[in-house]
Each structure stands twice: as C-alpha cells, then as structure tokens.
Ligand binder design. Sequence first.
Ligand SMILES: Cc1cc2nc3c(=O)[nH]c(=O)nc-3n(C[C@H](O)[C@H](O)[C@H](O)COP(=O)(O)OP(=O)(O)OC[C@H]3O[C@@H](n4cnc5c(N)ncnc54)[C@H](O)[C@@H]3O)c2cc1C
Length: 594
Amino acid sequence: MLLPVFCFSLAIGLGTRYAEAAVISTLDDFVDKSLDFVVIGAGAGGGVIANRLTENPNVSVLLIEAGGSNEGVLDVAAPGLQNFLLNSAWDWNFTSTPQIALNNRTLAVPRGFILGGTTSINQMIYTRGSSEDYDLWANITDDEGWSWDNLQKYIRKNEQFTPPVDHHNTTGQFDPNVHSFDGIVSVSLQGFPNGIDNRTIQTTSELSEEFPFNLDMNSGFQLGIGWVQATIGDGTRSSSATSYLGPSFISRPNLYVLLNTRVLRVLKTDHDHQQSDFRSVEFTQDAGVTTHTITASKELVIAAGTFMTPHILMHSGIGDSEGLKSLGIQTVHHLPSVGKNLTEQPIVRNKWLVNSTDTLETIARNDTLLAEVTEEWERRRMGPIVDPPLSFIGWLRLPENSSIFQQVPDPAAGPNTSHYELIITNGALSHPAPATGNFLTFSTSPSSPTSRGTISLNSSNPLEYPLIDFNFFSTAFDRFVVREAYRNTKKFLAAQSWDGYILAPPTNATTDDELDEYISQNAADQHHPVGTAAMSSKSATYGVVDPDLRVKGLVGLRIVDASVFPRLPAAHTQVPTYIVAERAADLIKDFWGI
Ligand SMILES: Cc1cc2nc3c(=O)[nH]c(=O)nc-3n(C[C@H](O)[C@H](O)[C@H](O)COP(=O)(O)OP(=O)(O)OC[C@H]3O[C@@H](n4cnc5c(N)ncnc54)[C@H](O)[C@@H]3O)c2cc1C
C-alpha cells in the first residue's frame, strides 16, 4: 500500500514565509518515472546534493528524509530559541553508551529529525577550521582537491555574507576579503549586543599575548579570539532547508522530496547482475509495517549523518563481517572501517555566577519576557532572539613546552591550528535555565581531540538506534587539554575588564585530580561527530570511501555527509560538511557528465 506523506510540523503564524506547506511528494508522484539519483537524508550534505544535481532540469533526484517539514516551526526559525529544540519532536534524541571516563554517565546526543537535518536545530555558528586542517585531508587522501586553496571555490559557493539585522557598523569585526556575498547560506555577525561584549574585547587588548584578537577566524588562520559569525540572515536561521531546499529549489519539477520516510537499508541492484552494484534503497513510511524499494539509475547518495550513515551501511551487510555475523546480519561487503574512527569534541560548560541581570536566564525563566521578545522577533525580526546567545569564540593552543608533548605528539593539523576552543556565552546554556542566579559560560573543548569511538549495532532491526560510544577522554592528551583550557579561562577572567563581574567560579577544583573529577562530572558532547565512514586514499587498505566519496569496492554508492571526514577539523562541523558536499556535487556531475 502506498501511504500519503503528512507534514506534522507545528504551524505558528509567522507570515507567509513560514506558513506555507513545503513542497513534498508522495510515492505516487514518481511511480513509473526513472530516478537518476536517490539521496538519503536532507541535512547539510543531502540538501546540497539535491540542490546542485537538480540545477540540470534533465536530472531527476529523490530526496528521502526521516523527519518532517521545517515550515512554521518557530523554535527552528528564531535563532535565540534553539535551546527548545533539544529533546523535542525535531530531535532524534539519541543517547550515548555509558562513558567510562565520565563516571559511566550516558549523554544526550541530539541530531536534527527534520528537513534540513541538524542544520535546522544547530546553534548556527559558522566556522571553517584552519587551512592546515584541509591540507591534512588532502595529504591523508592523496587528493589535492581537498586542500584549503582548492576548496575556496566551494566555500564561496556556500556562503552569502549578509549585514547583521541591527545594521550596526561591522568594521573591525570581520574581514570582508575572506567572505563570499553571493553564495546560498546566509551568514552574519550578531544582530543584538550582549552585555559582556566590551569586557571580552577589552580582555583581548589587556592580555593580548595569551588571548589575541583575531579579526576573522574564518580566514584560514584561526588562532585568537574573534566575533562569532552565524548562519543567520535577517535575524532568522539559514539552514540547508531554507537555503539549498528553499521554496524556489524544492519546487523544481525534477526534485522529489519524501518526508517522514525512514530508509532501512541499501540493496544490491539485481537487474545489473553485478555483486557490487548498490543502487536500490529500502524504506518505510509506517515504522516498518510496509516497506518499499526504489532503484536509482545512476547513484545512491547516503547523507544520513555520522550516526545513521554507518547504521544504514551495517544493516545492509556492509561493514566488519565479524560484528555483523554476531548479530545474524549477512555480510555482503566486508568493510571493517564502517562505524570506526568516531571523532567528537567533548565539551565542559563552565558556568561562572555573575553580578549582572543582563544575561540569557533573565529572559529564559520569565515567560512574560520570553513572550515579549518572541513577539518582537515575529513582528520586526529584532531583539535578543535574533542570535544564539554568544558573541565570541576563541581558538587557542597549548604552549609548545607543555609537559604533555613529552608523552604524545602534537595532534593539531599544524602549528596554526588550535588545541582547544573557548565559547563565551552570556548566560547558562542549560535548558531549562537554572532557577536562580545569572551566569557567564566559558565552554571549553579540545578542538583536535585524540580519543576515537565507535558506532555499532545492538540488533538486526534497522528501526532500532545505533550504539554510540564516543570513548571520551580515553587519551591523556584530551584530559590534559581540557584541564589547561579551564585554567586559562580563569586567567582570562582575572583581567581587569572583569573586575566586579564574577561572583563565584564553577568549581573550587585546582589540582589535576580535582579537575579530572570535575570534568568527569560535567563533560558532554559538543554535537560535532565525524569520521565513521571516513575517506582515505585510493590505495589505503583502511577507510570507507575513496577521495571521490565512493564506497570502496562498490559501484553506485556514494556518501556525502560529516561521516566521511578523515579527521575532525578544529571547527564546528556544518560548514566543513557544506564544503564537502559542494565539492561532492561537482565530483558527481563530472563523473556522469551532467
Ligand atoms: C545541538 C547541535 C548544535 C550544533 N551547533 C552547530 C553550530 O553551531 N555550528 C556548526 O557548524 N555545527 C553545529 N552542529 C553540527 C552540524 O549541524 C552538523 O555537523 C551537520 O549538520 C552535519 O551534517 P550532515 O549532513 O552530516 O548530517 P545532518 O545534518 O544531521 O543530516 C542527516 C539527515 O539524514 C536524516 N536521516 C538519518 N537517518 C535517516 C534514515 N534512515 N532515513 C532517512 N533519513 C535519515 C536525518 O533526519 C537528517 O535530516 C550542531 C549539532 C547539534 C546537534
């Protein structure tokens, strides 16, 4: 039976831009039609591929997305309401396995379950990483196409830098020379000032040796503290759904979009009589009661993200034969690296109690005030919720003579790549907000972590969630760098600019042991997982995809999402994913001559 597809998004009166239903398809729309490509997952990677391939009206694409529409979802559209999306109907709501180094705590692991994927629920921070990160990718894959210089074209295709919504003078806040003004995803500086902005800027002058100001962390040289750029335009989230899959693109007659449709497996394509040919996809729209199969004439592109891409592969019999056998899944293609190399940045959100009421929680715990600022946003796209609640990020390195480098080599991609990140937030990021107190949060995380985890299966049922084991802090380096990052935030806040502002630290821990315990109690995942279907050079015996993102040893199957990163760049991961996907679209077009 063919089921209609329903949109179940929460419709809120937001004006025509958000009130119209998305253009979606039903199975009947393409029965008897030939589909050139089927793309699985409409997030950062999948949105780009669906858009770029359908630029050619002769190419047909079916985009399959497990979640529903983004249309009319206020918390998705208004940047400052992002916190409400966690643990909501638009979140897959994964949970990690107990993390040994975190006192066996399990962690909430959000991912977007919605058109736009995680770009519809993320915090919108726009960071590319350091040029050395991409040069290392080129080195690992033996493909110069992945180098920083050669990716510039794709960075520019993706970005459309726009003025902030309050139209303040942005001179000295970014470098226009390193940005693109005619790409597709809107990017802007903050549109509403935060109470801590002047103090932060003053600290970069006062302590310029240790915490230098960086005019633009997205120039390829990331080190220092700079103003946040975010994927926001006109005070509104710019996601893969609103940009690459925006109204003028999603309505293309050659693009079909199936929402609320879960892919279970990819299958060998029988009519081709080739063992290695995978162009068919099995999916369900009713939680497995009925299943359907569709075959692409050219390629399947899996873009289901770092957790679900290896999950789909393994359920299809593509993975480590030993692990598959133990679950009774027949191995169709032995590829041991599937699900390995999971790389993620753990984060500790260090909350200082402050002597101010001009912070996030003042609004977050007052329903009347929250309703007022929401109304202001709906009427004029102005006010405090035009931004996420942070205006500065720092990318910093450990001193060269740090004792840890006597034990382990420097894991950063090069001497201009950070070891840790500081995210400076005007309030506590937790949701719901703490019942009392006002806070300044300095989140600390290793930007070049060395721990590696896994994605594995716990049953042969593709509707069950994967096992996500980050294996956090399994290396001495990761613990060392997070301890030192915390100590350095204390130095930052000891600057005169903060006199009278800080009332109490997040912890009284000072020794390594005490800090380790504090980290174990408080670390979480930063939501930047990558690497579980990593690319490697054509000749490498490890890895899942080749540098053209084709699954090694198979035909017809490509992967385009954050799972293919061979290493985590010192960055938040949406922009690197967009960049990968923009290049992937060209690789696919070149391959098929379309
Ligand atoms: C809370 C949060 C905050 C973040 N903040 C930032 C930030 O500020 N800046 C930044 O750069 N990055 C941020 N990120 C990370 C960033 O959004 C992701 O790295 C990026 O979206 C990854 O893109 P992707 O294409 O790999 O996966 P996704 O964007 O997750 O897309 C995968 C898509 O596949 C769909 N899918 C999965 N399985 C199936 C299936 N079986 N069948 C059909 N569809 C399926 C999913 O529903 C989803 O739509 C954040 C992430 C989270 C969770």
